[in-house]
Design a binder for this molecule. Sequence first.
Ligand code: SAM
Length: 287
Amino acid sequence: MNNNSSFSHKSQEPENSVLYVVGTPIGNLNDMSFRAINILKNVSLIACEDTRQTKKLMHKFQITNNLISFNKYNSFKKIPRIIDDLKEGKSIAIVSDAGLPSICDPGENLVKAAKSNGLNIICIPGPCAALTALVSSGFPSSKFTFQGFLPKKRKDREEVLKEISECEKTSVLYESPHRLKKLLIELKEYCGKERKIVIFRELTKKFEEHIGTNAEMILNFFDRKEVLGEITVVIDGIQNDKFLEFDKFELRKELNELINAGLSLSSASKYLAKKKGLTKNMVYSLY
Ligand code: SAM
């Protein structure tokens, strides 16, 4: 157990009483690391999101070990027992179906519980769809915002869409294939026609595809086609220089005139945005 904030690696892994957060491939099994295989072979127990999925991985790398299921439905029930096992000296690994546990996957609450019980946590880094897409996008990648899956509730969703539309950094998000078209329509509305967007389908797999360069083009690409596979969406940050090209004072004046003439703020912003090639939110926020 570690009650200090300092922690150093021992030469022999896995160590007793350590929770290992192990990254696994997001499609291409050759991305599995030697260190991850060693940990999964030698920990006392592997907590995994879906035992069937992890068994496939174990079979590929000839790993035999004890598995327990640990997912969003049973995690709160399972955490106390895992913490007790760690305290008794067991080493435990957590894996998700693909990628890094805790990134839109189970793991976060277990790590939190282990930490608050003074236990050590070691992450064995591995692939993550968000970062793989980000660094392939060509958009600025040293500062970015990760949004995970967008909320489904309308109000919360609109808030995040607005945040993305005004964000200066690159935004990365996950989306399921059957909701992609709806999301692209929303992104077009919030971020404008010209905002650069690339979607990454089936990263690291045989039929990996990068489709861009803006919402309309991607929608055209999928016109009358079913979207299949796993998708990560990367959105360029707002180009502030574009906004600076416009005199905000003049723009605000025009907006006021339209409102005084009887248009609602929403309609006036929409009209001006279209006229000037800006997003509705850019104009709206001037009011
Ligand atoms: N923990 C995972 C990670 O580290 O990337 C993410 C798990 S989250 C439940 C699954 C979502 O990640 C998918 O719906 C998709 O948006 C994205 N994703 C996972 N694998 C992908 C891949 N090979 N290509 C594109 N996106 C992927």
